[in-house]
Write a protein of this length. Structure first.
Length: 314
């Protein structure tokens, strides 16, 4: 964009204003899409973060027609859309027995699960598997530090581990919602790393509780719950017209008014949030419950203190 130099303290604010102006201009020249971009059921139809913008529709054709319009409008605001990075992602759950052109079963392997947004895969299970691989690679990068025995204090090793490995593993973990068997893989990897850092190898053994106590840490799944609780507090304090707030309200309302798929309920972010609230004797089953939670979340200190860990070392 034209304006202040990159890195200037004013550049971020100017870019945000410029992007907001371009989006408002786009909505004005595309009468087919609602303005503000909210569907009749209350679902947000677009959301932005930093320099990424996402548009939602039930059909692909309107989005394909929208792309050249956005490109022309954004150029007037000195913003340029990279069409090579622009993706059309179709969210759906494949039917049992459905296969792709190579004969691979699609159920659980739909293409959207491996699409990336803001550095994370859209499927929590796939993203966790990717994060485990990246964290393992980061851990091996610093293997010389872990192997130096008593030359480096354990406390210093754990500081390096937190900064260089766990930061990779837990990136964007607040949005994860995967089955417990998948989440437990995070704890397994974490304990494996801690034993390596503490130089505990077979035939030497140590109980999980003692391992966590020695390293002054907790299971990774509890840190994920804490991050999800913090994210929920941010969303509850947002303006009602923000995309995350609209999406949460839509999830609450649709859980009572819309019929779900047949079979066992799938784990999703909303069901994970409900489970977190249930552990604290709170509910999120209606719009009234949502309003009550918003009132509670406005007190940031009280919201933080409400969270409690559920640690099982067995």
């Amino acid at each position: 964009t034209n304006g202040s130099f990159r890195g200037d303290s004013l550049s971020g604010a100017l870019f945000t204003l410029n992007l907001a102006g371009a989006l408002n201009n786009t909505r004005a020249v595309v009468p087919e899409r609602p303005n503000p971009p909210i569907s009749d059921t209350g679902l947000p139809l677009e959301w932005e973060y930093s320099d990424d913008a996402d548009f939602l529709d039930e059909h692909r054709e309107p989005l394909e027609e929208l792309l050249p319009v956005c490109k022309d409008v954004f150029q007037k605001w000195n913003l340029y859309i990279n069409e090579e990075k622009t993706e059309f992602v179709h969210f759906y759950v494949a039917k049992k027995g459905e296969t792709d052109s190579y004969g691979v079963q699609l159920l659980g392997n739909e293409p959207w699960r491996f699409c990336k947004s803001l550095g994370s895969l859209l499927c929590s299970t796939a993203d966790i598997a990717r994060r485990i691989a990246l964290a393992q690679s980061a851990f091996k990068t610093y293997c010389k530090i872990w192997l130096r025995g008593t030359k480096i204090p354990l406390k210093r090793k754990l500081v390096v581990y937190e900064a260089q490995v766990l930061s990779v593993l837990l990136y964007n973990c607040s949005s994860w919602s995967a089955p417990q068997c998948v989440m437990e893989k995070l704890n397994t990897l974490h304990r494996k790393h801690l034993r390596h850092i503490c130089n505990i190898r077979w035939p030497g053994v140590i109980k999980n509780k003692e391992l966590y106590r020695r390293c002054d840490t907790i299971p990774i799944t509890e840190r994920v719950r804490k991050a999800r609780w913090t994210l929920l507090g941010h969303i509850l304090r947002m303006d009602d017209n923000c995309a995350p707030s609209l999406a949460l309200r839509y999830a609450v309302d649709s859980s009572n008014s819309l019929r779900g798929r047949r079979g066992r309920p799938r784990t999703n972010l909303f069901s994970s949030i409900q489970a977190d609230l249930k552990f604290l004797d709170l509910r999120l089953n209606s719009i009234d419950d949502l309003s009550n939670l918003k009132t509670v979340a406005y007190d940031r200190a009280n919201w933080r203190n409400m969270f409690s860990y559920n640690i099982d070392f067995d």
